[in-house]
Design a protein. Structure first.
Length: 322
């Protein structure tokens, strides 16, 4: 049976997709269109069109063919998203990921500066994460996030048109499972509070090292809140809580402070020499008094009250609970 030739497309993201698909096709033994169609649950015409048509296929058709050929769905999703954006850059995980990096996270990168966007893509890919796409403005970020459903979004704050925190609010309202890290050159207390209020899981400073980006992504993917060092609430926002809210007792305030500093329930118990059950009892009281159920909301409360004293690097590397 004759081997199906790859279509002729210009250099760029689409060409990388075509080359990767042809490589997977050959590795699978160059099966016939009928076989691919049967394995993928599509028509022979669809299977043939995906492999030979120079036009970019629809994602459902491409996904079916890739699955039939035994390809990496996540990798091809990232390549396909990049091919739909002429200026996008996609970095595939290296053959040998960074030692001990842990499981990969699906990440969407939103940054309007091309060079920094490319640097983020390369840094994120170097730690084994999958970049599902890139966007250069807030409106595209919202549409692409709801299309690709990443686990974590690295979202620049100062975007043209729709600001990063406004795009975050839209995304989190539509899909609360998507977690967002706001990126900014100045991770101030005001921005951190605004980010948390928009639904983000924290703020990442642009001067952080590559491994700091990786740690922040993994922490946020686990549901932790990433508060950079030096982001304590400034005097103008560190005001008392509303009069209608109950005052926290000293031990409750201490537990809230440790939560905001990134400690897990188990770590808090160790520091205070109490049981984990006792810590969670304190947290239940704090939640009842503040009306905040989410951990990110508790961090915001701590910032607003001036309790938090973030440790260098933000959240701890251990998974949070509660």
């Amino acid at each position: 049976m004759a081997v199906i030739g790859r279509p002729d497309v210009p250099e760029g993201a689409h060409r990388r997709l075509v080359d990767a698909l042809h490589e997977v096709y050959l590795r699978a033994g160059a099966p016939g269109v009928r076989t691919i169609a049967q394995r993928g649950g599509v028509s022979r015409d669809t299977a043939h069109r995906v492999l030979t048509n120079p036009a970019l296929p629809t994602w459902p058709a491409l996904e079916a063919v890739v699955a039939a050929l035994g390809g990496d769905i996540g990798r091809f999703r990232a390549l396909w998203v990049a091919a739909r954006q002429p200026d996008a850059v996609v970095a595939e995980p290296p053959a040998e990921p960074v030692a001990g990096a842990g499981p990969s996270v699906r990440v969407l990168i939103v940054e309007d500066h091309p060079l920094y966007r490319q640097a983020l893509v390369q840094a994120v890919g170097a730690f084994g994460h999958v970049v599902v796409g890139t966007a250069a403005n807030g409106e595209d970020a919202v549409s692409l996030a709801l299309e690709t459903r990443p686990e974590v979004i690295l979202m620049d704050h100062f975007l043209p048109g729709l600001l990063g925190i406004d795009a975050t609010a839209r995304i989190r309202s539509a899909d609360p499972a998507i977690r967002v890290l706001i990126i900014s050159a100045g991770a101030t207390g005001e921005l951190t509070l605004a980010a948390l209020r928009s639904g983000a899981h924290g703020v990442l400073s642009k001067d952080v090292e590559a491994d700091g980006i990786d740690r922040a992504i993994r922490a946020v993917a686990r549901g932790e809140v990433h508060v950079p060092a030096g982001a304590a609430a400034p005097p103008e926002v560190a005001e008392p809580r509303e009069a209608g809210e109950q005052e926290l007792k000293p031990r409750e305030r201490r537990v809230l402070q440790l939560v905001a500093e990134g400690y897990t329930d188990v770590q808090i118990a160790e520091r205070l020499a109490v049981s984990v059950r006792t810590v969670r009892s304190y947290l239940d009281r704090v939640r009842d008094k503040t009306g905040e159920r989410r951990r990110a909301g508790l961090v915001r409360v701590a910032l607003e009250s001036g309790l938090v004293r973030p440790r260098p690097g933000g959240a701890t590397p251990d998974a949070s609970s509660g």
